[in-house]
Design a protein around this ligand. Structure first.
Ligand code: FES
Length: 242
């Protein structure tokens, strides 16, 4: 049996498995903490910083990212102290400056009462990507392909295919698109072809032998077939018709 510790979150006592992260424990108890770069199927990375909380151990208090901070015996956590809210608002203001037109960021900022961004129009940029790396991590950790990576440094950092050319090893599964919190990955299924514009790739979609819908990229199905050693005809019909 795993060892457990007791901690306090927002004045209430909880017990949790030693080594669990504060964010995970808070969520298990229905305590909301905003996040953008967190996904349950992917290792935490601490990129967006929105999940910050205030933790106290003994007489020391500090701000930490809850997605990466392990619980420990006697830890006291505040998820929405004035200091946390002030810092979170600044983070949202920075995100607003980078992604000034993005509806997800604008909505989050609104929830935190930010009507007027701190940084004026002269600082506004039109990115949708917050460089959280979820697309890269999903491709590597969940799909096992690593078709894309984060390139460059500082404000130029961004997810890209190798050498900024077509992502040769992409299988078109769209995991990057599904996990992206801000809709920065552009995917479209059109006329039997899937396009993922960010990685400059297009894939023919497999047509179901029974109902005729075009349901998944052939490259993705070939990848799964090979990995699981499935017979060639395994994906000839879609999951609904099987
Ligand atoms: S969710 Fe923790 S830093 Fe993004």
């Amino acid at each position: 049996m795993s060892e457990s510790v007791s901690l306090t979150i927002n004045g209430n006592k909880y017990s949790a498995a030693k080594g669990a992260y504060v964010l995970q424990v808070a969520r298990e108890h229905g305590i909301g903490i905003p996040t953008l770069c967190d996904h349950e199927a992917i290792e935490p990375y601490g990129a967006c910083r929105l999940c910050i909380v205030e933790v106290t151990r003994g007489t020391r208090t500090k701000i930490v990212t809850s997605c990466l901070y392990p619980v420990e015996e006697g830890l006291v956590v505040q998820t929405d102290s004035p200091r946390v809210i002030k810092n979170r608002k600044m983070l949202l203001n920075l995100l607003l400056a980078r992604c000034s037109g993005n509806p997800v960021i604008k909505e989050l900022a609104k929830e935190y009462g930010i009507e007027q961004p701190v940084f004026g129009e002269e600082y506004w940029e039109k990115h949708n990507c917050i460089v959280c790396g979820l697309c890269v991590r999903a491709c590597e950790q969940v799909v096992g392909v690593s078709a894309i990576s984060l390139v460059n440094r500082g404000i130029s950092r961004e997810p890209k295919p190798p050498f900024l050319e077509k992502a040769q090893s992409c299988i078109g599964c769209g995991s990057c698109y599904y996990v992206c919190p801000t809709g920065a990955v552009k995917l479209e299924d059109k006329n039997g072809v899937r396009h993922i514009y960010n990685w400059k790739v297009s894939f023919k979609l497999k047509k179901c032998g029974k109902c005729g819908i075009q349901w998944a990229p052939e490259a993705q199905l070939a990848f799964i077939r090979k990995k699981l050693d499935l017979p060639a005809e395994f994906f000839d019909v879609c999951p609904n018709c099987r």
